[in-house]
Design a protein around this ligand. Sequence first.
Ligand code: PLP
Length: 497
Amino acid sequence: MTRTATYLSLAGIELDRDQPRSLQQQLYDALREMILSGQLPAGTRIPPTRALCTELEVSRITVVTAIKQLTSEGYVHGIPGRGTFVAEALPESMLTMDAEPTSPEATPLTHRLSKRGAAIVSYPMEAPTVSHIFQPGVPDVTQFPWHIWQRIVTRILKTYSPHDVGYADAAGYSPLREAIAKHVQITRRVRCTPEQVIITTGTQQAIYLTAQLLLEPGDKAWLENPGYIGAVGALQAAEVTLVPVPVDQGGLDVSAGIARAADAKLAYVTPSHQYPNGGTLDLTRRMQLLEWAKAANAFLIEDDYDSEFRYTGHPLASLQGLDQHQRVIYIGTFSKTLFPGLRLGYAIVPPGLQTAFATARSNLDRGSEWMSQKALSEFMAEGHFVRHIRRMRTLYGYRQQVLIEALQQECADWLSVEPAPAGLHLMGKFKHAISDQRVAEQLRTVGIAAPALARYTIAPLDYGGLVFGYGATDEGEIRASVRKLRKIFEEEGMRNG
Ligand SMILES: Cc1ncc(COP(=O)(O)O)c(C=O)c1O
């Protein structure tokens, strides 16, 4: 290989003795930049150490250290008896891919999805919205005690052992599983051991795992209508046939479900607080549902996503706590109690299924990440979890009250709304035939994220409405936004009449 005879021009190198960076670091940076910018092409010979010392008026050790570092990182290499040369292949080129050509021929094809793939994406969940105002399902993360979380995380980073950060039990970090088991035993009368608690990346994954493990393609699964659209994709991934089952103020209409598909193999339900209409499944229906599941050899997914925030009365015991026949997969999440980005939830599975769920987590994704599980278990053990819930319950209860008052004052001509015993959202039912999608669209244009009820359906409803998330919307925002809604209703009224 012929070597370029040119010597490096040192004109671009300026070393400043007053800078905090050492002279050798400055020389290293300057040479590296000249190499990367092409000012020093591959094969250029670096002047001998002595020449560099004289020219730059620095000590030999400064030059030798800078060149050594460039050599060890692969920017230059020495050839015995000849000198030091800029490398042919720079380290950066090994770390970056060539840029994709952008000619029209290179436009990506729209790939055909499998039937299953198309089903998974058929009902997109509400995209993250530009506004937090009335966005359903989100807590007020500004109220989270971040300073405590930071203290716990820092302590963990200072004290962890190599054993902690290796491959671990994919069912989850055991102190966290123990803390969750204790929490749900006390608050929800769930009957379980810590071994039955499978940590997941949230509700979504718990539904997905349940469907994958327990359903055959073509099996029927009941879904509340209106209901949690997030469950649709996770269930469709198992290639099941979804059966919409109507709901009312008493939650899922179990008799209607039996009339439509007594042979279904799964029912997804939100018995504590129906999503989104807010009803609570009464005891008679709970028993009816459990009996049906036993007779049909079906499973029930009990999504208990927000029952920690209960404002009135005593919560009914969970379905899981009433179940005598191991039919219930009880699912909980930290997305509402703490923050959605934590991506931690759990499935509490019948004893006969705990190994299958743990193995599935291991085989599919090796389990959840260690740091947040450990931080959360310490957050719970130190009592912060329960304290945070207590504090937030007061705040959310107040926000719900403000929202109801504002809606009754401003929008009673168009919308009826009932207090909800629990949760972070309210459903407002339209009193007239107005398109909820159109109203929601107009709300979005003024920065309000309340979705149309139609977004929560897999079969059309004969009424419309809006879903108001009040968790992350403060009092002032609630009042101002309800006034904007009133204006939209007035304009709609003029359009229609
Ligand atoms: C009914 C219901 N279940 C569960 C969740 C939480 O899902 P994840 O735990 O996957 O964040 C939500 C969030 O909006 C929800 O509305």
